[in-house]
Design a protein around this ligand. Structure first.
Ligand SMILES: [Ca+2]
Ligand SMILES: [Ca+2]
Length: 76
């Protein structure tokens, strides 16, 4: 049941992405503006935090703009 809830939240986020671009979403999440998302920055976004490893392709512990956009591109 808990997993189902996370999935629902995640797809709700996708609905948001459909209206704004991933790039804009990224900027709103990158609170310190260093061009990458740390686990701390996505902590408030449960759906994103739970998928952190899927986004972080090079496993450096941060999601770069490229990794972020590539993820959404791969879901199209
Ligand atoms: Ca950042
Ligand atoms: Ca990374």
């Amino acid at each position: 049941m808990k997993k189902l809830l996370l999935t629902t939240v995640f797809f709700t986020s996708f609905a948001v992405v459909a209206e704004t671009s991933p790039g804009e979403l990224f900027k709103s999440l990158d609170k310190d503006g260093n061009g990458s998302l740390s686990k701390t920055e996505v902590a408030g976004e449960v759906a994103l935090a739970s998928k952190f490893k899927e986004f972080d392709r090079d496993e450096n512990g941060e999601i770069s703009t490229q990794e972020f956009i590539a993820y959404f591109e791969s879901k199209k």
